[in-house]
Ligand binder design. Sequence first.
Ligand SMILES: *[C@@H]1O[C@H](CO)[C@@H](O)[C@H](O)[C@H]1NC(C)=O
Ligand SMILES: *[C@@H]1O[C@H](CO)[C@@H](O)[C@H](O)[C@H]1NC(C)=O
Ligand SMILES: *[C@@H]1O[C@H](CO)[C@@H](O)[C@H](O)[C@H]1NC(C)=O
Ligand SMILES: *[C@@H]1O[C@H](CO)[C@@H](O)[C@H](O)[C@H]1NC(C)=O
Ligand SMILES: *[C@@H]1O[C@H](CO)[C@@H](O)[C@H](O)[C@H]1NC(C)=O
Ligand SMILES: *[C@@H]1O[C@H](CO)[C@@H](O)[C@H](O)[C@H]1NC(C)=O
Ligand SMILES: *[C@@H]1O[C@H](CO)[C@@H](O)[C@H](O)[C@H]1NC(C)=O
Ligand SMILES: *[C@@H]1O[C@H](CO)[C@@H](O)[C@H](O)[C@H]1NC(C)=O
Ligand SMILES: *[C@@H]1O[C@H](CO)[C@@H](O)[C@H](O)[C@H]1NC(C)=O
Length: 410
Amino acid sequence: MKNLKHLILYITFFQIFANINCQQYVVPKGRIFHTAALIGTKIYYLGGQNNESLLTNDFFYLDISKSFNNTEGSLPFVNVTLGDSVPEHYGATTVVFGKFKESIFFFGGDMGTLQNTESLVYILNTTQLPLAWKNMNVPNNEIERRRFLSAVADNNNKNNTIYFFGGGGGGKLGDNLYIRYDTMNIFNSTTSNWTYGTIDNTIIKREGHTATFLSDTGEIVYIGGNSDNGLMNMANLDVYNTKSCNWNKWETKNPPEQRYYHTAILTNDNRIIVFGGVKASKLPVENYYVVLDLKTREWYHGNGTIIGAPYRGHTATFHDDHMFIAFGQGTTKQASNDIHIYKIGDYANFTEVEQYNKIYLTDTTVIRTIVIPIIILVTTLGFIVFVVYRYNKARRMKGMKPPRDTMSEP
Ligand SMILES: *[C@@H]1O[C@H](CO)[C@@H](O)[C@H](O)[C@H]1NC(C)=O
Ligand SMILES: *[C@@H]1O[C@H](CO)[C@@H](O)[C@H](O)[C@H]1NC(C)=O
Ligand SMILES: *[C@@H]1O[C@H](CO)[C@@H](O)[C@H](O)[C@H]1NC(C)=O
Ligand SMILES: *[C@@H]1O[C@H](CO)[C@@H](O)[C@H](O)[C@H]1NC(C)=O
Ligand SMILES: *[C@@H]1O[C@H](CO)[C@@H](O)[C@H](O)[C@H]1NC(C)=O
Ligand SMILES: *[C@@H]1O[C@H](CO)[C@@H](O)[C@H](O)[C@H]1NC(C)=O
Ligand SMILES: *[C@@H]1O[C@H](CO)[C@@H](O)[C@H](O)[C@H]1NC(C)=O
Ligand SMILES: *[C@@H]1O[C@H](CO)[C@@H](O)[C@H](O)[C@H]1NC(C)=O
Ligand SMILES: *[C@@H]1O[C@H](CO)[C@@H](O)[C@H](O)[C@H]1NC(C)=O
């Protein structure tokens, strides 16, 4: 609780600062296979391939501390002014990490001709201005460049470990073969050490899957993906236990259609919402919105195709019972620049909303963790200033004779 308080305070102060720094609003172009990273109330979008198959390294955020109507005016997007950037790319992965969940870790992707290990990993710390992506060296030739993989950070843990599993691609420079991986790279951000996770012989090489970290148990749930022998089974899920460092199988009830290139978010009441995906035929899945209840391990199915929504190359970000589905390819748009906002209901119920209302100062935890500390801080500062003032005044007075009219009569 204390940590959370610090975190929210820290991010709030920083956001005020950063907002002064870059106020340049943008209307982003459509894209697919970009990345999204939520820090505080900013969703940072990076890279992707545009509608003319050009790679980008655009970097901007959507400010969800503001309310907005999705159908009128422009959304509160802010173009980020950067020191250094990552090369243009698509299909990379980003993950939020750090003591205050303030940093973004970038890994992999297809960078066209820049398929080397030197531009494989970048870190951006949003508390350090000017914002800049810092290139990080990785052990030479040890870590294979992949795309369409999934990474999660164990933010529970002071060790702050990040797990990168699977993915596909051409591996090293000059490698023309398409390869799928079952590699688990583990990055320890305390030591900057890379190690490998154990892979047992039940683990299939895959790409286009999702990873969801469950902080309660320290498990990572892998859903879907495409393997060398077709789509992954959705009824039996591979789950990696970060505490015991081994894999388990989860049997689930009522599994949905198999898929890859979908997204997954974790709700506050322990459900995983899977959105979109493609079938083996590369056509969109029949049911875009399916939900795994982690308590019962039962799947719930939404209502099928969602008109206008993307099914691959989009990102999903969860904040305050809303899911932000950004960009991606839909049946009518090759590279969309739409943001779809879904209000999450129970089971697999949801509603698309056009009006997003910030919760900022109405949420009780925000009042408890931001407003009250600020009041305490201001009061304390006021008191200190008062005491210092009184002390200085008293010091100036010392040695002076008290004024005549306050002297007692002899
Ligand atoms: C965002 O900023 C970058 C760098 O200043 C600039 O090159 C780019 O055109 C801007 N994008 C938009 C959409 O304004
Ligand atoms: C791509 O999008 C731009 C606008 O962002 C548009 O002018 C252009 O015609 C589009 N190209 C294709 C191939 O759809
Ligand atoms: C980011 O910078 C802050 C100080 O500005 C530091 O406390 C924090 O540890 C840094 N995060 C990482 C992941 O290095
Ligand atoms: C750090 O990682 C080690 C090995 O996985 C684990 O035993 C230890 O409990 C972790 N430390 C914290 C503070 O979680
Ligand atoms: C990460 O490094 C720290 C510091 O050396 C260590 O205590 C911890 O066990 C490491 N974490 C893992 C998961 O290996
Ligand atoms: C991890 O980092 C520590 C300190 O930098 C180093 O001594 C150790 O050899 C590293 N371990 C591995 C497995 O790379
Ligand atoms: C899904 O279908 C049910 C029954 O046809 C309907 O009551 C419900 O409103 C639909 N939900 C959505 C999100 O379309
Ligand atoms: C949500 O869906 C479940 C079954 O899928 C249904 O029983 C329930 O009534 C729905 N709730 C709402 C609020 O629509
Ligand atoms: C959003 O804006 C549109 C167009 O101005 C309007 O028709 C709609 O009612 C607004 N939605 C809400 C929820 O206010």
